[in-house]
Every structure is written in C-alpha cells, then in structure tokens.
Design a protein around this ligand. Sequence first.
Ligand code: SAM
Length: 252
Amino acid sequence: MTWRATVLTLFPEVFPGPLGASLAGRGLRDGLWRLDALDIRSFGIGRHRSVDDTPFGGGAGMVLRPDVVDAACGAALAEAPGRPLVALTPRGEPLTQSTVRDLAAEAGVVLLCGRYEGVDQRVVEARGMREISVGDYVLSGGETAAMVLLDACVRLLPGVMGAAESAEEESFAADGLLEYPHYTRPAEWNGLRVPEVLLSGHHADVARWRRAEAERVTRERRPDLWARFRAAPPVASAEGRAPPLAARHGAA
Ligand code: SAM
C-alpha cells in the first residue's frame, strides 16, 4: 500500500519542493509514496476565508482557528483514514530516528503546519495530535519542518533507497551511535592521506576501525547519545559489524 502524506498548510505551493528531487522524488513519481498539500485557507471562514484570529489574553501575532484546522483535518482523514495526525511545533517532542521509523511504518501521516503564533491548542488536543519539534529553534512556519520529517520517513520506505543496508549503518541506527567518517578517491589529497586501514582490503579490520570511529565521534560530539549507548550497549548482531570497542574497554 502506498504510504500517504497529507500536509495541511497555508502555502501548498511550496510542496513537494526538495522532496521532488533525487530518491524521494523518484519514489514519489514511481508511486512508492504519495503527497497531497491541502490548503488550510480553503476551509477558512466567510467571504475572506479567514483562518486566524487574535490570541485570547492579548499579545502579538495571530493564532490559527480551531474550527478551520479541524475541518482541514477532517477532510484529510476522510480521504485516507487511520493515519496519525502530527502538529509541527517547537513545543513538541524532539523528532528522533526512532519516531521517524514509527511514522514510516504507519499507513502515512497527516502533518499540520502552523504559522504566525501557532495553532489553537484545543484542536491539537481534541484531534489527539502528536506534537513534534524538529529542533530547539523557531522557524517561520511548519512547512520546512514538515519537509524534514517527510524526507526522513520517505527514505525508509521500501524501494526508495538504493542499497537496503545503507539505512542500517547510518547515524542513529539500531546501536544509537553516530556514523563513522567517509573517504573516497584520491587516496591522497592536498597531502592528506586516507586512513591506511581503509586501503588494506581487510574487511574485519575496516569494520573494527569504523566501529571505533563511530564510538569516538559519538563520545566527543554527543555525550547524551554516548551515555545512552553506554547504559545499554546492544549485542552486535549484523554480520560483519565489529563489537563495541571503547564501550567494552571502559572509555568514559
Ligand atoms: N509562537 C510559537 C512558539 O514560540 O512556540 C512559534 C510559532 S512559529 C513562528 C510558527 C510555526 O512554525 C509553528 O506553529 C510551527 O508549526 C512551526 N515551527 C516553528 N519552529 C518549529 C520547530 N522547531 N519544529 C517544528 N515546527 C516549528
């Protein structure tokens, strides 16, 4: 069944944007997933199709009306029911690869893009929306956040990515580590040589080096991920993947 995304937005013209390029774009054209951008304004109130109003309690900006957003949600779900509703908001749970995997395993997703000050909280709760943030910063609107979430999900759909194993070894994959660094030709560039082990042709040594590098980079750059990994180091299962090095030897 085709994974189906509906984006509720005041700017439907920005889609598919970058999602129309490369592997995601080819998947879209090949029918591996489907994207509909639904204009919230078409559910607006009155002659001017009004979608927002001033915030109760005062303050700057405008807030998207619950009745308008609710009508848009209803229309999206009537087309393809049973999909989770996600409100993109800086107040939401941080988007992680684990959430991405969960959403990619659903029948699709309905994404609500806020604008201005955001969305009336009553419709978010009444519709049981999952509130998700793409990072601790404030964007002008949910559209770019929706693209981030969709890009991450779509590349996990069967048939979208070329080599199936590339998703298993990437950053945040099953073991929760960042990925090791990559190198390609020329073997020497501007006096800088590629690590010798990568030229050795010795697969087990390469796997061990990559694993050690993944651990080093995670330890140095992301103490939060490193602490989680150390707390529950998984048993290495995939063929060819070396066992944890630093974790087994007590690196802090
Ligand atoms: N007043 C809101 C606040 O301080 O939390 C920010 C509103 S922002 C200007 C407008 C819209 O952009 C939000 O409703 C949301 O849909 C989207 N947005 C902004 N930053 C985001 C983020 N980090 N993650 C997901 N969506 C975001």
